[in-house]
Design a protein around this ligand. Structure first.
Ligand SMILES: Nc1nc2c(ncn2[C@@H]2O[C@H](COP(=O)(O)OP(=O)(O)OP(=O)(O)O)[C@@H](O)[C@H]2O)c(=O)[nH]1
Ligand SMILES: [Mg+2]
Length: 339
């Protein structure tokens, strides 16, 4: 075991014993990417991932306020496990902003909104940005979840700002995905309604104290009527996160979804699909890296000159560059335009 890996191993056991500084360090390793984050993945992926609840929605929809309340409900335990559910010993919150590489502003705002738990040692709150992780947040978030799992967190809430494709992808790294909308949401999310519908396991109409909640519900139910009739129809829950109204009900629906995933075997299938998705992304990122390496080389420059001079066509040139497969780890000859 290399020395950096030993150091990570030590940090991981410290984090598992409740050392929050060690845990924060490990998540910084994930964010920074590179060799250390690969070593860390080698350790963290051996552990069971935490149960992950994703919350996504437009900026200002009330996700952080809702997350803050949801932790309180969640700590009481999973309602579907009986009348006196076992409390969830500790929970973590990851706040992710895919639109910005640095989330300093978001950290501050989220800390304020989640201050109910700021001094609670069994709640860990952290903003995530990517500074160098290969594949960006789409890979950094799953890695961070594994680190939290290895540190012994049974439950993680992931708040993602935004409703674009990237945000939806980050949200889809969750076991249960909660899509947060507000009254009058329809117009602002026209572009990606289909994407949201695809990932939502539970819909929340937050700010239900404002006019238009009933119309928003009608809109959502209509959309759900027209979409695929799977075995799980996403429930629509109304909440007022600022007062906490409806939040226990929301948690009960999340819990019901978790029970559904378990009894239908969908949890295993989802996690396998996600592993395939993550692996595809890693392979893509590695291949692109190799392409960059080839394109920066002297042989490539020589080929460019020859193609430019008309003494070589680009296909033969590519074959020459990749032909013996050495650039791909010796996996055999490359054939342009065919499998
Ligand atoms: N009226 C009303 N206001 C709410 C409700 N929930 C949250 N707010 C307010 O809405 C504002 C935004 O709430 P946040 O929780 O920061 O929303 P967010 O979705 O996390 O925002 P970003 O992380 O910036 O995307 C705050 O001023 C909250 O107090 C609600 O149910 N009703
Ligand atoms: Mg927020």
């Amino acid at each position: 075991m290399s020395s950096s890996r030993t150091r990570l191993d030590v940090l991981l056991s410290e984090a598992a014993r409740g050392d929050r500084v060690a845990l924060a360090r490990l998540l910084s390793v994930v964010e920074r990417g590179g060799e250390p984050s690969r070593s860390l993945a080698g350790l963290a992926y051996r552990y069971e991932p935490p149960y992950t609840v994703g919350l996504t929605g437009a900026p200002g929809a009330g996700k952080s306020t809702l997350t803050n309340r949801l932790i309180t409900s969640a700590r009481k335990g999973w309602p579907e496990s009986g009348r006196d559910p076992e409390p969830v010993a500790q929970a973590a919150v990851l706040a992710v902003d895919p639109s910005s590489p640095f989330s300093g502003g978001a950290i501050l705002g989220d800390r304020v909104r989640m201050q109910d738990h700021a001094t609670d040692p069994s709640v860990f709150i952290r903003s995530m940005a990517t500074r160098g992780h290969l594949g960006g947040l789409a890979l950094a978030v799953p890695d961070a979840l594994r680190v939290l799992g290895a540190a012994g967190f049974p439950l993680v809430l992931v708040e993602t700002v935004g409703v674009g494709q990237m945000e939806v992808e980050v949200a889809a790294a969750a076991d249960s995905t909660v899509v947060v909308v507000t009254p009058g949401w329809g117009d602002s999310m026209q572009a990606n309604k289909a994407g949201l519908l695809e990932v939502a396991d539970v819909f929340v109409i937050n700010k239900a104290d404002r006019p238009g909640a009933r119309e928003a519900r009608r809109d959502l139910e209509q959309m759900l009527d027209m979409s695929h009739p799977g075995s799980w129809r996403p429930p629509v829950v109304e909440t007022v996160a600022s007062t906490g109204e409806g939040v226990d009900h929301l948690w009960a629906e999340v819990s019901r979804h978790r029970a559904h995933l378990r009894t239908s075997n969908d949890l295993g299938r989802r996690r396998r699909d996600r592993a395939a998705h993550v692996l595809r992304r890693v392979v893509t990122a590695v291949v692109l890296d190799q392409v960059r390496l080839v394109a920066d080389g002297e042989a490539f420059a020589r080929c460019v000159r020859e193609v430019d001079a008309g003494s070589l066509d680009p296909y033969t040139a590519a074959e020459r560059l990749l032909g013996d497969g050495s650039a791909w780890g010796g996996t055999g000859p490359w054939h342009p335009g065919g499998a």
